[in-house]
Design a protein. Sequence first.
Length: 85
Amino acid sequence: MILDCIRHGVTASNLEGRFNYSHDEALAPAALVALADLHAIEAAHYDLVYVSPMRRAEETARRLGLSDWISEPRLAERAFGRFED
């Protein structure tokens, strides 16, 4: 079995060096350009694709040409309580 793990594209928070724990933030314009270049990923060889339900993760999957993914809440960021403030 081969397992590929792909992180979502960059967000504005990432570019500003801020920790983005659970906000459902969209991808930054820079990510859209980078993902367009990576669209050559051949999705046909994947038996299953799991994606975090966060908007940025689903948008990354779409822009990579992946389809029929399974939204998996356990892949989303975790809350860090007081440390988020």
